[in-house]
Design a protein around this ligand. Structure first.
Ligand code: SAH
Length: 278
């Protein structure tokens, strides 16, 4: 029998967040790989081997899973949330790119999951109702000044910003710096959402504003959403406010910068095809 590797998204919390495809992929596997606490979310099954590993050994974990799949086993690799969002799908692709030729012909599938950003957004209303962007605040794999430039660009472009990996023991100050950076461009009353451990027993969601947002409210299991200039709160008697970004955006002065190159006219685009400059 030929082997396969399926990279499976478990969603943010327990099995309520699994898709049918996730459940089927986990059931079909001979062996499971993943970060230990994520593997612990999957009920044990007779005859299925489990290979938990530390969260700092993504490359080694990906290689081991690829090798076992190449040996003919049905292997599943689990990821929290979605495997394509700051997670194992990219780690596996990285090993395929540089690894043995045989890994390129493996039957590889990625099964999507509910990413933390969507789970947190759903708890508070509709903060992602209009254009948004997603960043990891970790400067382990990219320089901090690049993160700052991207924060500036995102805030001045009017995006809602979702921040993964906001803080850790080794990165205690970055979130505070990010809030200070964003405050250069955004109103002090811009809504900020902290969604912690969403979908788990210790879930906690708080809504605040940029001037009050503090890095002490976040830990490694927190996803932060910073609103755009259009994001607002809808206050409700006896209920938590809704965080809402309307689907219509007004043009603001900072949006009006002229493009460096005028876009091709309609006519030349239809003749030359997409992507060809007039
Ligand atoms: N692949 C994952 C993200 C991995 S990066 C996904 O799609 O969700 C790890 C970061 O994800 C954490 O630092 C935190 O910012 C966020 N995160 C993961 N699970 C979460 C949860 N249940 N609640 C809130 N944020 C979570």
């Amino acid at each position: 029998m030929s082997g396969c590797l399926t990279i499976v998204g478990l969603g943010p919390g327990d099995a309520r967040f699994w898709t049918r495809e996730t459940a089927d992929a986990l059931q079909a596997a001979d062996a499971l790989y993943g970060y230990g606490p994520y593997l612990d979310r999957v009920p044990e099954r007779d005859g299925q081997a489990r290979h938990p590993s530390d969260n700092r050994v993504e490359g080694a974990r990906a290689k081991a899973a690829l090798s076992q799949a190449a040996d003919g086993q049905r292997v599943a690799m689990v990821s929290g949330g979605d495997p394509g969002v700051f997670a194992m799908a990219a780690a596996v692709c990285g090993e395929i790119e540089t690894g043995p030729e045989a890994w390129r012909t493996l039957d590889l599938r990625v099964v999507p999951g509910i990413t933390a950003m969507l789970a947190v957004a759903a708890r508070v209303g509709a903060p992602l109702g209009h254009d948004f962007c997603v960043m990891s605040l970790s400067d382990n794999l990219k320089p901090w000044d690049l993160i700052e430039r991207r924060l500036d660009a995102a805030a001045t472009a009017g995006f809602v910003i979702a921040l993964y990996n906001p803080i850790s023991k080794a990165r205690p100050w970055q979130l505070g710096e990010a809030f200070a950076r964003l405050a250069r461009h955004l109103d002090a009353k811009t809504p900020v959402v902290f969604g912690r451990a969403v979908g788990r027993d210790d879930e906690a969601v708080t809504i605040t504003t940029l001037d009050k947002a503090s890095n002490t409210e976040a830990d490694m299991a927190t996803l932060v959403i910073v609103g755009s200039p259009e994001t607002r709160l809808i206050l409700r008697d006896g209920r938590e406010p809704l965080v809402y970004t309307p689907r219509v955006a007004a043009e603001r002065s900072h949006d009006r910068a002229r493009p460096a190159h005028p876009p091709p006219s309609r006519r030349s685009r239809s003749r030359a095809g997409p992507g060809v400059a007039a």
